[in-house]
Each structure stands twice: as C-alpha cells, then as structure tokens.
Ligand binder design. Sequence first.
Ligand SMILES: Nc1ncnc2c1ncn2[C@@H]1O[C@H](COP(=O)(O)OP(=O)(O)OP(=O)(O)O)[C@@H](O)[C@H]1O
Ligand SMILES: [Mg+2]
Length: 278
Amino acid sequence: MHVSRLTSKVIGDKTTTADQAPAIRVRGLTKSFKDLEVLRGVDLDVARGSIVALLGSNGAGKTTVVRILATLLRADGGSASVNGFDVGAQAADVRASLSLTGQFAAVDEILTGRENLVLVARLRHLGDPGAVADAMLERFSLTDAGGRRVSEYSGGMRRRLDLAMSLVGEPPVIVLDEPTTGLDPQARLEVWQAVRELAAAGTSVLLTTQYLDEAEQLADRIAVLHGGRILVDGTLAELKALLPPATVEYVEKQPTLEDVFLALVGDTSAGLGAGADE
Ligand SMILES: Nc1ncnc2c1ncn2[C@@H]1O[C@H](COP(=O)(O)OP(=O)(O)OP(=O)(O)O)[C@@H](O)[C@H]1O
Ligand SMILES: [Mg+2]
C-alpha cells in the first residue's frame, strides 16, 4: 500500500538532463475518455528554470495533462516530453526526471513526517536518508512536527510535507497539481515561497491552479486551458495587454488577470466544466 501510493513520487535518482531540451514540451496533445474529448490539441512549453501556471476551470483537463506528463495516463495523440524524454517511449527516463505532487496529498498517515521522508529517500537510494529527511523538515518548517504522526497534521502541514517528499533527490522538473487548494493564507505563502526557492535554484516548475492570484504571484508564464486547448499563453503583462485598460472617469484601471481569464473563458457558470460539456 505504501509503495503503490508513492509510485508517482518515487522515480529513481536521475538528475541528468537531455541536452538543453525544454523542461516540458507538449504538442498537439489529445485525450478522450469515451465520448468526452478532454484535450483537443494542447501545446505547452516550460522553459528550464521557469515557473509556468496552467490555469483552468474545474474539469478543464489540468490533471489530465499532468497525469500524461507523469506517465500515469497515455495520451491518444500528439507528443509530450519531459527533460527531453518522450512520455510514451522513454517513460522511465521521464519518471526519473519529474516529480509529481498530486492534487490530493499522498503522505502516509500512519508514519511520522520524518518517517515519510526517510521512506522516500530510501526508495530513491539516497545515502543517509535520515540526514536528507532532517534537511527537508528544516526547510519546510516541520522540524518540531517531524516526530508526530501525519494523521495529526493540519492540511497545510501535510501539503508542505507532500512538497518536501517530492523534492527528495532534487528532480529537475516538478509538477504541482493545485498545490495550495484548501490551505490557509499563511500556509499558501509558505508553499509559494518554497516554489520560488525551487525555481531560483534552477528547478523547472509546472503548476496547475484555479487561483488567479497564485498564477500572478508565482508564474513566469501563464497558460489558460479551456475547451481542450490552450487559449492563451504568455507572461502576465502579455495577458493583461490582451484587454484594453478600462477607464473610469478619472481613474485608469489596468485589467486584472481575473478580467482577462473571465473574458477568455466566459463569465461565471458558462465557463465551469465547459471542457467537459462541449
Ligand atoms: N479516468 C477518467 N475517466 C473518465 N473521465 C475522466 C477521467 N479523468 C478525468 N475525466 C474527465 O475529464 C475531464 C477533465 O478532468 P481533469 O481532472 O483533468 O480536470 P481538472 O482541470 O484537473 O479539474 P479540477 O480543477 O476539478 O481538478 C473531466 O470532465 C473529468 O470528469
Ligand atoms: Mg485537477
């Protein structure tokens, strides 16, 4: 049970990179579930050392993209590579290059935080798993909680532990599926800080989120997934430039990312699950 729940995290110890291929490259990716066309030709790039946010409503297909990248799901068509390795043909190399923190925390409740980290370090064949675990606990402000069972942790502590477990072995590409959903503002800030530090240290990050402010805060580039395709992809400034600044009497108001998102995706419920309904 432990091992199967951890398979998406435990991905060998390969940190070598295939030349200077982008961290993630996706072209024309398609995926259907029976009659439901979820992905209809997705193009996406994550440059090395950058943070890209994949934004989309519930059911847009974000987790589907993530699962294909993590080799947990096969695409129907198109191509996707991680660290220069094809997700279909070179799945083992992809798994060695990428660490996924799923939408739902994959920590083991019965173990302590430290034991979870030691387990991952062992599975990755790292020397001195105890020292690796202690360093991660320190980095994520979990040193005091390290000896407690995870079943006693708060949601934010679990998330931080989950993130710490993903980083054991320092994979060059990290994929975070809704890393801060359900966290309080303080815990969100801590996760954001951890993600920023990762990118600053050269790790490439793809994160999915429904929180527009999260994308604004963290991402070098933002891609909006809707109706099975990437509607737009650009820097925050580029996305904002898509809408003219609204002027109200004497005050010039710049569009927020939320304005851009809603203009693209359609306001309120029209956008919800549209990827699934169309
Ligand atoms: N294994 C599956 N079998 C059938 N349908 C699926 C499967 N996985 C996902 N879907 C459907 O594909 C669509 C996209 O799901 P996905 O989980 O990728 O969305 P998401 O963007 O991650 O949404 P959320 O924001 O709610 O996490 C949904 O309509 C979902 O019901
Ligand atoms: Mg999802």
